[in-house]
Design a protein around this ligand. Structure first.
Ligand SMILES: [Zn+2]
Length: 583
């Protein structure tokens, strides 16, 4: 798609902010270089990819902070003691991967640049020269504008590129170039420039593709023409469901201009499309709420907190601060917030209240059991995981055994300490559990019974004396058996595997079942944290409380994500916002 200017006449309109730009081949823009381009003037080099922008500085600072944080982590990783992160604790997976000597840093291959990007506007001849030097196969203009967008070049440089292109092509600038230029205008918050591009696009196209509309929405919401962003949203709706970013921008625009009703209506519409709102959007409602004294508005904010609860979502650090500030601003209610942690016992260190239990209700448990047995184990693709004969043999075995207390993924546990003999590790684990009078089931493979250096016959015999064992064919997957045996034994039964069963979580049918599975897993998966074989094996304490947004009416407990801690989807935050009313 190309954008065609009706004539050179229209062109100066777009570039009206730049009096130095005279369009026409062969023109020089000498005077341009004398202008101060946001500090770029001081850079002596004409071409450089390292254009410093405030955003980059901020990103660098964050990166430095992250590096510092990780370094601190690394120092602590040698000692494996009580401060070893919980299996489901935020950042634990990251730490585990850092401890694993096999994991390598995935260094990116060095960037191959065909030419260097200009940091200052170029004249036609300079652009011609640059194009000659360009050795890449791609279209030169597209390549340059794409790189400029990547590196957030100043819009004057991009403008000189577009002027050169237009001059060469009878005023025709491709849509692609125009949209990327728009991206830069939005990025640098050049509102008047956004208006100009918007006018040109409106004049040329009946409707825009969603990328262009999205940028225009973002560019318009800060201006007094923010209502036009809502019209663009309507245009998007004619062909597709707008993105959560589109809604976020429009809601922010409405709040910025004090139009609360529009903001809430857009929010309802977003939920109606089954989109999960951006945390930024939710935070905006809390931030705006500080200045509003209105019960209806307050109730809607409480609904947002309940939405977080029902969807097992956690606010980020700055959102948590916004929530705290809002509560403390409610007149006459005397809320007091503090950032804190929860003790192993499930008691909040801030107020001493007990956090909700991790245990599933009988109803929830039965629901989850039914779903897993049907979707994960039978699931129509049982042949992929095991043979129907073997599944039948296993189901009979479980049916005729009394319920177990602990189910062990034998192969997985035995391989936990690479330097130790497998059968020895397995025996250590089983003996220790058997001493506590627990009924143990070991799930294994047939090959474990063939004596060899790693699987000693005497040790495997001792294992079989202290635990019930089921040995599957060497090709079977262990997980479905593990889940089946554990769930079949009842809500008290726990399991041991190093595996985090993520594949199974993914094949569960809906969000509700996935949440229940995650909760059940947190409450039932035992982790071995002792990393020194030969000594006594230590199990990690299972969290007895549920990490979820919760309330008792006069208190709220809200887990939140810290900015500098990377949390995997199967981990939970360790930091909490505790809010309670002074009575
Ligand atoms: Zn508390």
């Amino acid at each position: 798609m190309t954008f065609c200017f009706t004539g050179i006449r229209n062109f100066p309109k777009l570039w009206k902010n730049n009096p130095y730009l005279v369009v026409g081949p062969g023109h020089f823009y000498n005077s341009l270089f004398l202008k101060d381009y946001n500090g770029i003037r001081n850079q002596q080099k004409l071409f450089s990819l390292k254009t410093a922008s405030p955003q980059n500085t901020k990103a660098m600072n964050l990166l430095t902070a992250k590096t510092r944080y990780r370094r601190k982590e690394d120092e602590g990783s040698n000692k494996v003691s009580s401060d070893f992160p919980h299996l489901f604790a935020a950042g634990a997976a990251k730490k585990r991967s850092q401890m694993n000597p096999q994991s390598k840093d995935h260094a990116l291959p060095p960037e191959r640049n065909v030419i260097q990007l200009p940091t200052k506007p170029l004249n036609s001849e300079q652009w011609d020269k640059l194009k000659e030097d360009f050795k890449g196969k791609a279209n030169f203009e597209n390549w340059v504008i794409t790189q400029m967008a990547h590196h957030n070049s100043s819009i004057d440089v991009a403008k000189s590129l577009l002027a050169w292109v237009a001059a060469k092509n009878n005023g025709i600038v491709s849509y692609n170039l125009l949209v990327k230029y728009l991206y830069l205008c939005v990025f640098h918050k050049q509102t008047s420039e956004v208006f100009d591009v918007y006018e040109i696009m409106k004049a040329r196209y009946k409707s825009l593709e969603s990328g262009g509309s999205t940028l225009l929405i973002r560019g318009l919401i800060h201006s007094d023409r923010w209502r036009e962003a809502l019209l663009l949203l309507e245009d998007i709706k004619k062909v597709m469901t707008p993105s959560k970013k589109n809604y976020n921008d429009c809601i922010q625009g409405a709040l910025l201009h004090q139009d609360v009703n529009i903001a809430w209506n857009l929010y309802q519409e977003l939920l109606g499309h089954d989109l999960i709102p951006m945390m930024e959007t939710l935070k905006a409602f809390f931030d705006f709420g500080k200045d509003i004294k209105d019960d209806q508005y307050s109730n809607k904010l409480i609904d947002i907190l309940l939405y977080l609860r029902n969807n097992q979502l956690y606010p980020g650090e700055s959102f948590a601060h916004s929530i705290k500030t809002w509560f403390e601003s409610v007149p006459g209610e005397q809320w007091k917030g503090q950032f804190t942690t929860v003790q192993k016992s499930g008691q909040c260190l801030g107020c001493g209240k007990t956090i909700e239990s991790i245990h599933l209700s009988l109803e929830e448990y039965e629901f989850l059991k039914r779903k897993i047995l049907r979707d994960v184990i039978d699931g129509g693709d049982q042949y992929k995981k095991t043979t129907p004969q073997e599944l039948k043999r296993f189901q009979n075995f479980v049916k005729h055994s009394p319920p177990f207390d602990i189910v062990i993924d034998g192969l997985n546990v035995a391989k936990m300490f690479p330097k130790a003999r497998e059968s020895q590790v397995l025996l250590d684990v089983v003996s220790q559990l058997a001493k506590q009078n627990l009924r143990v089931l070991v799930l294994g493979r047939k090959h474990m019974l063939i004596p060899c250096a790693r699987w000693r016959k005497d040790e495997m015999e001792k294992v079989q004396k202290q635990a019930s064992c089921f040995f599957a064919d060497n090709i079977s997957e262990d997980d479905p058996f593990l889940l089946y045996a554990t769930l079949h034994s009842g809500n008290h039964c726990r399991f041991i595997t190093k595996d985090l069963l993520r594949d199974h979580k993914a094949c569960l049918p809906d969000a509700k079942t996935q949440r229940l599975f995650f909760k059940w897993q947190q409450g039932h998966q035992l982790a071995i944290i002792n990393r020194f074989p030969g000594s006594k094996i230590t199990f990690q304490h299972i969290l007895c409380y549920d990490t979820v947004v919760q309330t008792t009416g006069d208190s709220w407990h809200i887990p939140y994500d810290e900015d500098l801690v990377e949390r995997y989807s199967y981990e939970v935050p360790t930091k909490w916002l505790c809010l309670h009313r002074k009575t």
